[in-house]
Design a protein. Structure first.
Length: 122
């Protein structure tokens, strides 16, 4: 927490390790006055039940559940930011199912852009 404290920021986005591993630090950070966001679809646990219960506990403590798509789109926020726009749209089209299909449709049918060429699956 020393490195986080040094930033002066009070919002933390957590992703990666299982909620049971994160839970003690999540609860402590909330207790210490941090606003915690847990990227629910970017963490797992030993079972679905363990994941669900760890998420419930984090939420009970005050953490806010979010998804990777919502975090990415919030960070992009201003669609005029062309330096990140294309990369974000590539991620969306490749990994976010129906939303990505909708983006591809808007590109090709509405804006008359050429279809996206995806790399072959491995």
């Amino acid at each position: 927490m020393t490195a986080i404290n040094a930033t002066g920021r009070k919002k933390i986005v957590l992703a990666g390790s299982g909620p049971n591993v994160r839970r003690p630090s999540t609860v402590q950070a909330i207790h210490d006055g941090y606003e915690i966001y847990v990227v629910e679809d970017c963490c797992g646990d030993v079972s679905q039940l363990a994941h669900d219960n760890a998420m419930k506990r984090a939420i009970q403590a005050g953490a806010k559940p979010v998804t990777s798509l919502s975090v990415m789109l919030e960070w992009q926020r201003d669609w005029a930011q062309k330096d990140t726009y294309d990369a974000v749209m590539d991620i969306v089209k490749t990994h976010y199912g129906a939303y990505g299909i909708g983006v591809e449709y808007a590109y090709t049918m509405v804006h008359k852009a050429p279809p996206t060429v995806f790399p072959p699956s491995t």
